[in-house]
Design a protein around this ligand. Structure first.
Ligand SMILES: Nc1ncnc2c1ncn2[C@@H]1O[C@H](COP(=O)(O)OP(=O)(O)O)[C@@H](O)[C@H]1O
Ligand SMILES: [Mg+2]
Length: 270
């Protein structure tokens, strides 16, 4: 499997100013470099699978028309994996992410999340599971513009019902993980696209979810910033024991996946 090289070196080639405390590496000629792989803490994966999707179909009704978007999807997500969905625009990737994240329910088929029948749960039960165990990252970052990086992450902890006494340490930790300890009090408009996406990552992992769903998280970024986001993804998979399922079009980024599912017209091809 191809992977980004890493060293602790700073590079003048990067057009983003870097924190000296950044845990992310720095890019040289489009390659992420830092000294050593992230330290792996003791962690045993639970016995049940993180996610199983079985024969899932999604049909939308628009007026009298039926639009058959997903046509029998089977997939699995293991613990601490980086899994990618690729496919043309309109092939059904976002529809599938919405089902996995419990924002929508399948027309047919089953989705098991940590062994539990997600597809049978009502809206409130799925919302509770989502708040506890799932984080989302979007192409356009979805940060609140009037809040600082720190306050954006804080909002996520507030929404998840994390006790207030734990906020400060967790927010600081998450922003350090994504290499933004010196940008904590900046608002989104004072940050580059890559930095904003890293705030969005800190926000998505703050409540310690088990699964991150990222819909084209690098599509708005140049290749250097995209590579940096991928480096942060790899680090948080190790240190926070998270699985990331993301969509992308970028073949270079796909090289770092543990598994790639290719979607064509609502089905996976092998
Ligand atoms: N709520 C909806 N109602 C009707 N059609 C939809 C809805 N959501 C998605 N679709 C259709 O499903 C297809 C797949 O969309 P989407 O999942 O967004 O694809 P992708 O993310 O791969 O670009 C598109 O043709 C889209 O128009
Ligand atoms: Mg999409």
């Amino acid at each position: 499997m191809a992977w980004f090289r890493r060293t602790g070196k700073k590079s003048a080639a990067t057009n983003e100013q870097e924190d000296s405390t950044a845990s992310v590496g720095v890019i040289e000629r489009g390659v992420i470099e830092c000294e050593a792989p992230p330290v792996q803490s003791e962690w045993t994966p639970p016995a049940e699978k993180l996610l199983e999707v079985r024969n899932v179909e999604r049909i939308f009704h628009v007026g009298s028309r039926e639009i058959h978007v997903l046509k029998g999807i089977n997939m699995e997500l293991g613990w601490k994996q980086l899994v990618m969905l690729r496919g043309r625009s309109g092939s059904g990737k976002t529809t599938l992410l919405n089902l996995i994240g419990g924002l929508d329910t399948p027309t047919r088929g089953e989705i098991y999340f940590q062994g539990q029948p997600f597809h049978e749960w009502n809206d409130d039960e799925r919302t509770a599971a989502r708040r506890k165990d799932i984080g989302f990252i979007f192409q356009t970052y979805a940060l609140l513009p009037l809040l600082s990086a720190y306050e954006n992450v804080e909002l996520s902890l507030r929404m998840a019902g994390v006790p207030r006494g734990e906020w400060k340490e967790r927010i600081t930790h998450c922003l350090e993980l994504v290499g933004l300890s010196k940008r904590m009090h900046h608002r989104p408009y004072e940050l580059s696209g890559g930095e904003q996406q890293r705030v969005a990552i800190a926000k998505a992992i703050a409540h310690r979810p088990k699964l991150i769903l990222a819909d084209e998280p690098t599509a708005e970024l140049d290749s250097q910033m995209g590579a940096q986001v991928m480096s942060v993804f790899r680090d948080i998979i190790e240190t926070e024991h998270i699985t990331i399922c993301m969509t992308t079009h970028d073949p270079t980024i796909m090289e770092v996946a543990d598994h790639v599912y290719e979607m064509v017209d609502g089905k996976f091809i092998s």
